[in-house]
Ligand binder design. Structure first.
Ligand code: ATP
Ligand code: ZN
Length: 286
């Protein structure tokens, strides 16, 4: 009997859905009962614990959970014995300082002697120390953005993704304190059986992530263009090339990075590529 790896994920909130989605895309099947405290994957030695995100670093330090998924912001704030194992590319946001829109903000020295409301006192203190600023930190657990309006603080430090909450509270973003995304964390020095399970999971997550960042591409081209086209889309090892029944033409299959996709398409067309098809990839293992 293998001891399952216990992974803590958020019970409800912004991280929950994408955490479950990533694990499912990694091939894990769960009986998805809502309001459960924990659930065991049917086909993989992994057990999920559903917890408040703020509590996850502590549970991982105490080895009640072996691993967890939290925002990097929570990981840094909690200062627990957690190892950052992998960035997960979702729940991207930043922690920023904001001040009332009417203020004439000229730079960080503006914050000297001011009061900052935040749910992230550790991160704010680190930021102030780095810039040699002395300011008061007023810790509040929610609705931070109303603090200046009710006279509780001069500035705030909170999570921003689009900035619309700041705007509707009469605030403007003036400093980015940290960038954050969801991360997989684990207790340092996992026993080797659990480490093996974690490594298998990481391998699968890598396959899911590379698939998302790449597309499968098929095109027809005159044979003279094959060399030039291959230099643009070399693929994983090299492209697959098959002759078309029309003499002098080939079909070329390869993989293209999502990020410079459109520039490459333009280039391929200029080399004579026709009938270009682009298809999503589900998993990609190099
Ligand atoms: P809990 O009840 O578990 O304590 P919470 O209210 O603290 O939940 P959520 O609002 O669900 O937390 O946010 C969880 C994490 O998602 C945050 O710590 C942050 O990393 C990320 N996050 C928060 N807001 C956003 C946003 N607007 N865009 C992207 N990611 C975000
Ligand atoms: Zn929380």
């Amino acid at each position: 009997m293998i001891t399952p790896l216990r992974i803590a994920i958020q019970k409800s909130g912004r991280l929950q859905e994408d955490s479950l989605k990533l694990l499912k895309e990694s091939g894990l099947h769960f009986s998805n009962g809502k309001d459960q405290l924990k659930t065991q994957a049917r086909n993989f030695p992994i057990e999920l614990l559903f917890l408040r995100d703020d509590d996850i670093p502590q549970y991982v330090e105490d080895q009640v959970a072996d691993a967890g998924i939290v925002g990097e912001n929570v990981l840094i704030e909690k200062q627990k014995k957690n190892e950052l194992v992998k960035r997960l590319d979702f729940a991207k946001c930043r922690l920023s300082i904001a001040v009332p829109r009417s203020e004439n903000y000229t730079g960080i020295s503006y914050l000297q002697g001011k009061n900052i409301a935040t749910s992230y006192p550790v991160i704010v203190q680190q930021f102030l120390d780095k810039h040699g600023i002395q300011a008061g930190i007023h810790e509040i657990s929610g609705s931070v953005e109303i603090a200046p309006g009710i006279g509780l603080a001069d500035a705030i430090c909170d999570i921003v993704s689009t900035g619309s909450t700041l705007l509707s509270n009469g605030l403007k973003e003036v400093e980015t304190v940290i960038q954050s995304e969801a991360v997989l964390i684990a207790t340092p020095n996992l026993p080797s059986d659990k480490k093996q399970i974690l490594d298998k999971l990481i391998f699968r997550i890598n396959a899911v992530q590379s698939a998302k960042n790449n597309k499968y591409i098929l095109l027809n081209c005159p044979n003279e263009a094959i060399e030039k086209i291959t230099s643009v889309i070399p693929g994983m090892k090299s492209p697959t090339i098959m002759p078309l029944s029309r003499t002098g033409w080939s079909s070329l299959h390869s993989v293209v990075d999502e990020n410079d996709f459109w520039e490459k398409i333009d280039l391929l067309k200029s080399f004579g590529a026709e009938g270009i098809l682009v298809i999503p990839i589900e998993k990609m293992i190099a």
